[in-house]
Design a binder for this molecule. Structure first.
Ligand SMILES: Cc1ncc(COP(=O)(O)O)c(C=O)c1O
Length: 283
């Protein structure tokens, strides 16, 4: 598998970064995951805009020409890794680069960022998409800039491990009694035909898939309410679902062992799945 690292294409096992890299030392960087469907990068510009916001938020210098180059790198990775047919993902990571001495504050602004991209085949979990998942709740122990897609993912990693340990299918994170999001997806619930989800805030990452859900809901006349949903309230929802680039739209059929709605994927989740699939296949 061919990856891109700092201006060069190299095999995945040969690519290496400096031990002084601030991504390695401090988690000082951002990332994006982009879905590739039949060689096309789904909602690429939206991902790049979120990347821009992250770089700006962390004050990582990145020029317009560096940004432009990313697109041709992605195109090459798609071809070289044979993703012109079927499903894949592109992973992009930019860190503040390698700098000495190891000091917390940002190094000089002429420190070149470390830029790494890789492309991999992807197999959607069709079983959970069809049948829905049995989700669990965990405390949201993350910081208060979750709107930045940084590579500091330890709380997310721990949430995923809890999901694995408990053989669950989905995790809802709870902050101050309210469901914020999943560790790699946003959360929606349906109450009386209205879709509820956490509003844009520093406590969530506003997903690109979340925006697609808003679009489909508007097209189909489903009202959307941007509001935090309490842990108590969500148990009474007619439907619950998780949305994300590698999650697609995954129905949640139970939370902490208690059934949601009729205990099967509901009509709104199915309608949204269809709308997302259509967009991914045709855009
Ligand atoms: C914490 C978190 N929330 C939400 C999402 C969903 O975002 P997107 O739909 O852009 O993949 C992700 C994606 O990785 C995530 O890590």
């Amino acid at each position: 598998m061919l990856v891109y690292l700092n201006g060069e294409f190299t095999s995945r096992d040969k690519a290496a970064i400096s031990v002084n890299d601030r991504g390695f030392l401090f988690g000082d960087g951002i990332y994006e995951v982009i879905r590739v469907v039949n060689g096309r990068m789904f909602r690429l510009e939206a991902h790049l805009l979120r990347m821009d916001r992250g770089l700006k938020g962390l004050e990582i210098p990145f020029s317009a020409s560096q940004r432009k180059e990313l697109v041709s790198v992605m195109e090459k990775l798609v071809v070289e890794n044979k993703l012109q047919k079927g499903e894949g993902t592109i992973y992009l990571q930019i860190t503040r680069g390698a700098a000495l001495p190891r000091t917390h504050a940002y190094p000089s602004s002429d420190t070149p960022p470390t830029v790494m991209l890789m492309a991999s085949p992807f197999v959607p979990d069709t079983d959970i998409l069809e049948k829905g998942g049995h989700a669990i709740t965990v405390p949201d122990i993350r910081w208060s800039r979750c709107d930045l897609k940084t590579i500091n993912l330890l709380p997310n990693v721990m949430a995923a491990q809890e999901e694995k340990k408990r053989s669950a299918g989905g995790v809802l994170m709870v902050r101050d009694g309210y469901i914020t999001e999943g560790y790699k997806n946003n959360v929606f619930a349906v109450f009386d035909g209205t879709l509820w989800t956490y509003p844009d805030s520093p406590y969530i990452l506003s997903g690109i898939t979340r925006d697609v859900v808003f679009e489909i809901a508007k097209e189909k006349g489903v009202p959307v309410k941007l509001t935090p949903i309490s842990e108590k309230e969500i148990r009474k929802a007619d439907e619950v679902m998780l949305t994300g680039t590698i999650t697609d739209i995954q129905p949640v059929v139970s939370i902490d062992g208690r059934r949601i709605g009729v205990g099967r994927p509901g009509p709104i989740a199915k309608m949204l799945q269809k709308g997302l699939r259509h967009r991914m296949d045709t855009e």
